[in-house]
Design a protein around this ligand. Structure first.
Ligand code: UDP
Length: 535
């Protein structure tokens, strides 16, 4: 059967009823209802541009491991009490996307529900047969959920593993994903070693092309043309839901207070006093989505404190015409020097609180500054305080339409199970890819970006052959090795090295003196995940 676009909200709300009374889905339901009309407008707009016919209807299981009792994270309990919401933003938008695109959804968040579904799986006879009998064709979960699956699956995890799409905010790099390699190099952590296809990890921002960029939708109550926006007032709104995030920032906040009325949305547990929030701050407590956006409409500057990393809120502020003050990190934060990133399966270095805002958006919407440098802070604040015109901006890939376009393409074209692969239908297609020789010391991610292209890990294999290498460079000799730096050529002696382990193909691997051989693809402006013609 084929998938039909669904424009009716009620059946989705019924799927999201709370069977376990923990109100786990309450915040998700609120977000989906609030944004519903925008979603339906977006899909109608897409339908006027593309054919939505003949799309196979997929049976999809969505398992939110983060909400399970077993996770011990209390996401469900904390959703209205200052707990992290970025993940719930992403789950809400994923669920909405899959539903609107017309697929058949089952949503679970408790291990018992999962076990019940999986118990109905008939025992496998041959690998081929068993797959046809699976109750679902795709499984969206998170790493917590994945670990729960592995523990409970009676009929064997291996045959399910190609069905997974794993929501992984910060991303997983090849060296950490490959269990044996990670162990040998002493970087195996409880989040890594999953041995999946790296494109099965779906990230919140386009960190590295090794993973799939899933993203989310930037919520906004109005845009410049829909209604005349609320006039700006002289307000600075501080980004920090919890008192501890404000610690040690007094002098920075004082500079802001000298020019703006300072507001906050800080959670107060049992009305306890806030010790780190200055007395001059107008605190609203945690606000509902609508109230927060009304406040952002009146806000001139949204003030980053350095934590939380890479959340949705700065993009919402920019979408409401506020300038984001983005703390610069020198040196960058990473698993090497920052507790928060310890154990995360990535060596990525975070150059500021919000690298996406820094790199992909920038001035006049984002000022990335050293917040301990008073002069630098005051200069930026003076420019913003004198500004009379505040325009809003949402990158296309963070709109409802952009997310629907991207996810539709993934669902139809990403094939992770070996029985689905076929030589002719490689995606993205070879025509969108060029092979290049990067500069010494550069990763393929950076080498491709330098020529306005994106590293395309699905096309390393063709490059990693005697002929493929010869097309790009001359070699004095050819060897092979299993490490994230290959294929590459050594800059001086011209010794070429092939990749011996396809699961270690990496866009981010780099080593000085090595020139990487890189597959780079083109992309749709505003939609970096898709090649030109891949929409
Ligand atoms: N948010 C909210 N009320 C508030 C503060 C934040 O509804 O008082 C929402 C905000 O609009 C955003 C989400 O919480 O969509 C996540 O915010 P943040 O960037 O702080 O990320 P987190 O650290 O929670 O993952």
């Amino acid at each position: 059967t084929y998938a039909k676009i669904s424009l009716d909200l009620q059946p989705l709300m019924d799927i999201l009823k709370d069977p376990n009374e923990r109100q786990g889905y309450a915040w998700i339901r609120m977000r989906i209802s609030r944004m519903w009309s925008r979603w339906t407008d977006a899909v109608k707009s897409l339908m006027s541009k593309y054919s939505f016919r003949n799309r196979p209807k997929q049976k999809i299981l969505v398992h939110l491991g983060l909400l399970s009792k077993q996770s011990g994270w209390k996401f469900a309990e904390m959703q209205f009490k200052g707990g992290p919401l970025g993940e719930l933003v992403q789950w809400s938008d994923l669920i909405t996307t899959l539903y609107i695109l017309g697929h058949d959804l089952t949503i679970t968040s408790e291990v018992e529900q999962l076990v019940e579904i999986l118990n109905h799986v008939p025992a496998a006879r041959t690998p081929c047969q068993s797959r046809k009998e699976l109750p679902v064709q795709m499984i969206y979960t998170d790493i917590m959920g994945l670990i729960q699956f592995k523990k409970r699956l009676k009929v064997g995890y291996a045959k399910f593993s190609c069905l997974f799409r794993v929501l992984d905010s910060f991303g997983t790099e090849p060296a950490f994903n490959h269990r044996v390699f990670a162990k040998q190099n002493k970087i195996l952590t409880s989040w890594g070693g999953q041995d999946l296809n790296l494109q099965q990890f779906y990230t919140m921002f386009p960190h590295s092309p090794d993973n799939s960029f899933m993203g989310f939708v930037v919520d906004r109550i109005l845009n410049d043309t829909e209604r005349s926006a609320e006039p700006k007032r002289n307000i600075a709104l501080v980004y920090g839901k919890n008192d501890y995030m404000w610690q040690g920032k007094r002098s920075y906040l004082d500079s802001i207070h000298a020019r703006f009325e300072v507001h906050g949305t800080v959670y107060r547990e049992n009305n306890k006093n806030l010790v780190n929030v200055p007395e001059y701050v107008v605190n609203h407590g945690i606000l509902s989505g609508l109230d927060l956006h009304e406040l952002l409409q009146k806000t001139k500057v949204f003030v980053g404190l350095g934590f939380p990393y890479e959340g949705p809120a700065p993009l919402e502020a920019i979408a409401n015409g506020a300038v984001f003050l983005n703390p610069l990190f020198t040196p960058p934060h990473s698993s090497k020097n920052t507790k928060f990133f310890k154990g995360k399966p990535t060596q990525r270095e975070i150059t500021s609180q919000h690298p996406y805002a820094e790199v992909f958006i920038g001035k006049p919407y984002v000022y990335t500054i050293n917040i301990s440098n008073k002069t630098e802070v005051e200069q930026a604040l003076d420019v913003i305080a004198q500004q009379t015109n505040f325009s809003s901006y949402v990158p296309y890939e963070y709109t409802e339409e952009g997310m629907l376009q991207r996810m539709k393409a993934y669902i139809e074209n990403q094939k992770f199970c070996s029985h689905q692969e076929s030589a002719h239908e490689k995606w993205p297609p070879a025509e969108s890819v060029t092979h290049i020789l990067g500069e010494a010391g550069k990763s393929c991610k950076d080498a491709c970006w330098d020529i306005q292209k994106i590293c395309e890990p699905n096309h390393f294999a063709e490059l990693n052959t005697v002929q493929g290498i010869a097309n790009v460079t001359w070699c004095s000799s050819l060897t092979q090795s299993s490490n994230i730096y290959y294929p590459a050529v050594e800059a001086k002696e011209k010794v070429c090295t092939k990749q011996a382990e396809p699961r270690l193909f990496s866009c981010v691997g780099s080593m000085h003196a090595l020139r990487r051989l890189c597959p780079c693809r083109d992309f749709i402006p505003g939609q970096t995940a898709l090649c030109v013609g891949c929409d």
